[in-house]
Write a protein that binds this ligand. Structure first.
Ligand code: SF4
Length: 144
């Protein structure tokens, strides 16, 4: 079926596993600065298949929708600084680290994986490109 995302979701998990397998030395101390979108002015951009997987994580956490935070941080950031969808978190959250932790992965280190993720959307006939976390996941939750 053209729009059945089961196989693309499995492939996306493979891509995420590959990111972990080629991890660069970084010292994340859960400062959570990278999860404070308003403060950093940066928001993770998700392909549509990534948004579907993140939406699965949101539902697994017991939520049916994203509730925006007054401080502009990611709605899935927990009080103790823990990610509420850690196993389902998007590619950007796996590869973008703050300067204190060592900085984001160089694009050339993961460019092939980004292209593979984009190809998953293309194969499903989705050509809208990557979108900011909250809008992408909110739509994926509605689609589910
Ligand atoms: S999905 Fe998790 S790691 Fe990514 S910005 Fe939100 S809380 Fe942070």
């Amino acid at each position: 079926m053209k729009n059945d995302p089961k196989a693309p979701l499995a492939e996306l998990r493979n891509i995420y596993a590959e990111v972990e397998a080629r991890a660069l030395p970084r010292q994340c101390e859960l400062r959570t600065g990278c999860c404070h979108f308003r403060l950093t002015g940066k928001t993770p951009l998700l392909t549509r298949v990534e948004a579907l997987l993140a939406a699965k994580g949101v539902r697994a956490s017991g939520r049916k929708k994203l509730v925006p935070r007054a401080d502009g941080a990611c709605p899935m950031l927990g009080r103790e600084g823990r990610c509420g969808i850690y196993a389902h978190r998007p590619f950007g959250c796996r590869t973008h680290f703050c300067a204190a932790a060592g900085g984001p992965y160089p694009r050339q280190h993961v460019a092939d994986l980004i292209h593979r993720m984009e190809a998953l959307d293309e194969a499903l006939g989705w050509h809208d490109g990557s979108r900011p976390f909250e809008a992408a996941v909110a739509d994926a939750l509605k689609d589910a």
